[in-house]
Write a protein that binds this ligand. Structure first.
Ligand SMILES: Nc1ncnc2c1ncn2[C@@H]1O[C@H](COP(=O)(O)OP(=O)(O)O)[C@@H](O)[C@H]1O
Ligand SMILES: [Mg+2]
Length: 575
């Protein structure tokens, strides 16, 4: 929590100003009842109009000053709180952008989202309130006691009785409310989760007629949150009348005993009135403190969650002294690469060695879960290898700047990701300064031009969030165009062609061949058709290479490959 507040540094001046203003405001509040007592005791009682007007003017000035302090400090604390929130959001976002995929797996994308939004909002609110209450409350409490003592030391025994009772009541209620507030936070998380799944999975839910089931699931989470919130609110609802009761009883007691002292001529009416006000101020400040104690655990939990994100040191960083790649253009070498996902018992890849050279097509084939995606994800350094090495153009990719490495790559991931923008801009994501002609040409090669032009706004059509207004195959083709427009040295297609029909697949590969003649091409596929004419086919099975060579060679030598082929091709095609 305190660690997080170090980020308040740029706001030091504003924080100090707020503190000064809050202190000034508190002091004026403490001064006002005394002035009032003076007016009553010295002005009204003696009938001294001039005195009343003079002190009245002072009182007005003090009240206005206090108001100004309150307004300005509220303004400042709001600015500090909001600015602090903005800085934290920026910091978390920047940090997360630097994460390797491993760290994403670790914390989880939905949680990263709640941490950047909800948790930071909590901390921001807390900062705003704390800056004022935390300082205000003790001044009012201690100042109130001092002033009350000055007004009438004998009457303070009433306070000595009431304040402990108040403290006990507050502790009892806050003690019960605090865990409930914490539970509410977890329950909000749960609702987020159910809601998210319900929204993103809406097609599946409908297709399987699970709407009722999902409704029940949501209702359960919703009711749970409601029930807890109601319990907290019941407690809070109890707190308010109890406080009022206590305050009123205190007032009555003060008036009762004060009146006796006034009768005896030991106290004046104005002092009694002032005394009552000080008693109220003390009790209110205690309430403020209790409020802070209720807010604290919630904010602390949020701060912890934010710190967790900020404390992650990304596992993948640029080397201290980055080496420039050699003169080759796109030569990939795998040397005895072994890799395991964090927490996995078995390595996902074992002792993989191969070369992929410029001007060649290297295909990777294997069943689902055999490690194909894992293998190609190692090339952009989304993860680091456990042992062995991957070299690109003669340099180990761990010694290369990530930007240099990724600048060489045109990566099309297994799941095409498009952004909520025009199609042209989605393609231009590959290279910002691509001209309209280049974009059109990339789309043409990717066999995407036809369907793009058939859309109402052509290249200016906007892709819906999550790419729901284009089909899976269309999405893939736009993603391929995005890689093509980059004109990279190395192309990586991770199972990009499986969403295409055979005819489009064939046309696309023929067109690609021309475009990528000089580049290194790695194609991951499950269809034999797609890989058949590659220069080198790597057969993966359970994370290990079980065969490597051309189609013809593998048919003869590799059992696994033969099985794949015979399950997909007819006898004539085989011959
Ligand atoms: N992010 C991940 N964390 C842990 N295990 C993973 C992760 N991604 C994939 N795996 C595991 O690694 C293995 C290979 O997966 P993958 O490379 O996606 O296979 P393929 O692309 O050949 O279908 C699978 O057993 C899968 O469960
Ligand atoms: Mg895959």
């Amino acid at each position: 929590m305190f660690k997080l507040f170090r980020n308040l540094k740029p706001y030091t001046l504003a924080v100090i100003a707020t503190v000064i203003l809050v202190v000034a405001g508190a002091l004026t509040e403490l001064y006002l009842p005394t002035l009032m007592a003076d007016i009553v005791d010295k002005g009204i009682v003696r009938g001294d109009t001039a005195y009343i007007l003079r002190v009245g003017a002072v009182m007005l000035a003090v009240a206005l000053g206090g108001m100004a302090c309150a307004v300005v400090s509220a303004f400042l604390s709001a600015r500090v709180g909001m600015g602090f929130g903005r800085d934290l959001r920026r910091k978390v976002f920047t940090r997360v952008e630097g994460f390797s995929l491993h760290e994403f797996d670790l914390i989880g994308t939905p949680s990263l989202i709640t941490r950047t939004t909800n948790d930071i909002t909590q901390v921001q609110m807390f900062t705003m309130i704390v800056m004022r209450m935390l300082i205000m409350a003790p001044i009012m409490a201690i100042g109130g006691v001092v002033m009350a003592l000055q007004k009438d030391a004998r009457l303070t025994w009433v306070l000595a009785v009431v304040i402990p009772i108040l403290a006990v009541v507050i502790t009892l209620i806050a003690g019960r409310a605090m865990p409930l507030f914490k539970a509410i936070q977890a329950k909000i998380d749960r609702i987020n989760l159910v809601l998210r799944e319900g929204l993103t999975g809406v097609r599946v839910i409908r297709a399987f007629n699970r709407i009722e089931h999902e409704k029940k699931r949501f209702d359960a989470a919703n009711m749970d949150l409601t029930a807890t919130s109601i319990r907290v609110n019941k407690l809070m609802a109890l707190m308010f009348p109890l406080m009022m009761l206590l305050m009123n009883v205190t007032t009555v007691a003060i008036i009762w005993f004060g009146a006796k002292r006034i009768d005896l001529g030991e106290m004046q009416v104005g002092s009694l009135m002032a005394f009552i006000q000080y008693a109220m101020q003390i009790m209110f400040s205690l309430l403020m403190v209790s409020f802070l104690f209720i807010m604290l655990p919630r904010a602390a939990a949020s701060a912890g969650r934010i710190n967790e994100v900020l404390d992650v040191t990304p596992g993948i960083k640029d080397a201290e002294k980055a080496r420039a790649p050699g003169a080759e253009r796109g030569h990939i070498e795998f040397r005895g690469v072994t890799f395991a996902y964090p927490g996995a018992e078995e390595p996902a890849l074992r002792d993989i060695s191969f070369d992929a050279k410029p001007g060649e097509v290297t295909a990777i084939i294997g069943g689902t879960g055999s490690g194909k995606s894992t293998l190609v994800n190692l090339i952009p350094r989304f993860y680091d290898v456990a042992s062995g090495s991957i070299r690109v153009d003669g340099v180990d990719i761990r010694e290369m700047e990530q930007e240099t490495l990724r600048g060489k790559l045109g990566f099309v991931s297994q799941k095409a990701v498009l952004f909520n923008d025009t199609i042209a801009n989605n393609i231009r994501f590959g290279r910002e300064d691509a001209t309209d002609e280049e974009v059109a040409r990339a789309a043409e090669t990717a066999q995407a031009r036809e369907f793009i032009l058939a859309m109402p706004d052509g290249f200016q059509s906007v892709i819906a969030q999550g790419g729901t207004n284009v089909s899976g195959g269309q999405k893939q083709r736009i993603a391929i165009a995005r890689a093509l427009v980059r004109g990279p040295e190395i192309y990586i297609f991770d199972d990009t062609f499986s969403a295409l029909d055979f005819a489009t697949d064939a046309r696309l590969r023929a067109a690609l061949k021309k475009e990528t003649a000089e580049a290194t091409v790695i194609i991951v596929a499950q269809r034999v058709n797609t890989v058949m004419d590659a220069d080198r086919i790597i057969v993966l099975d359970d994370g290990a290479v079980v065969g490597m060579g051309t189609h013809k060679e593998l048919i003869r030598s590799c059992e696994v490959y033969r099985e794949i082929v015979s399950s997909q091709l007819s006898e004539e095609e085989l011959a």
